[in-house]
Design a protein around this ligand. Sequence first.
Ligand code: GLC
Length: 480
Amino acid sequence: MKSNIMAALLAVNLSPAFAATNATNSGPVEGVAVEASSASLEASKETPAQRDARMAWWREARYGMFIHWDMSSIAGTEISWSRKGSKPLDIHGDPAGYIEDPAYDNLYNKFNPTNFDAMAWVKLAKAAGMKYLVFTAKHHGGFCMWDTKFTDYSIMHTPFQRDVLKELADACHAEGLRFGIYYSPRDWHHPDYGLADNSKYVSYMDGQLRELLTNYGTVDLLWFDSYGHGDPLNFWHIPETWRLIKNLQPEVVINNRLAALRVKKNPLAVTNNNPAVSRGDFDTPEQRLGKYQDTRLWESCMTVVDAPNGGWSYRPDGKVKPFEETVRMLVSCATGDGNLLLDVGPDATGLIPADQSDCLLKVGEWLKQNGESIYGTRGGPFRPGEYGGTTRKGKTIYVHVIKWPESGPLKFPPLAVKLMNARLLGGGKADATQTEKGLEIAVAVSARQKEVTVVALEFDSEVMKLPAEPLTPETRDKSK
Ligand code: GLC
């Protein structure tokens, strides 16, 4: 029943009125993806309604935890990227094949995070209001955080010798948190990566994916990073990899980074008959808030820590974002019709540092009061702007106000539904009036919240059928 409602809502939302919006939240993956032409691909057998039903949990979740963690936390330098030695297909001129970085590549011999407690992380994510978790099983540096049979460069060969991924999967399953795996197709540690036609490496990768999708129960989400600058069609066997994944876990949600092709950079892609897979299930703007996009699912991945020159893993030289900024990022994503995947970097002992968890928990508190304006909502009908943005669900529009007008009420264009009631989430009074000219909202200064004030406007009928407001010059576009 629930999925029928979702399907109906989505059908409305994909009407031509919405098609005018642009789908530009694709993230760092360059080029245009080519749709699958092979009927044998499992993904292409899915009807739009089946796809909407499969994606419903993810769309309703709106907020997840990203975790970048491995032995790089000992050095406190950026995961994989701080590794010297060759980064083939990433750094121009670096040779293919493994070139050792004696310091980084031996850190794992000392990795013994005895404070690691999967259940504590999962409980933190839940208390923070997050509905899913995505963990770096293998980052570009090639170190594997699970019991893999394919290499000794894994957590099982550290003093710790515990399958961290398994413990996280079990804790997620026990606690009802959706479980996601990040996997980097790039592998700067593997001797065959980028050599010859790359096929030896691809069979290693496929073998590992088989392990990950066989030994860890339900994997709700696969979060691939993009491949390096190699020829994506002939260097990777993406349709085969895709089929393997879909055969093992047909319901799994997959981001766009394995699927998309660097068409612009690769003339082969447009002439080659080799079928490419679809664009994946969602776009992935990275370290930036996606702009309003309701024609295709998207998720911004952002770090809770600002580290010098960016960074995802434990960085003692970083600074945790203030709560106000963090909660506004979530609001920005939800009002733009997208998700937020917020990254934490646990330390070398296995703890998520208190400054990070404190910020997360504050957002969790905020969500206890304001969660109805985030979970299960869609963006719109009004576009985000300087004032903030709107979300909607059922007969309610939630107006998230970050900046009030200097004087007078906040004004919106007319709507074809009748306003019945206005309330302030968390209590207090909101005044809203509806005339032919539009809607006006006023909240006393004393009743406003510092980070964001949420006004719920209740109407006489469903607000999902309302078309999204057209794009205007004032409409925020943060993607640049
Ligand atoms: C980039 C970085 C990688 C990080 C990822 C997260 O691809 O190379 O380090 O894990 O973004 O989106």
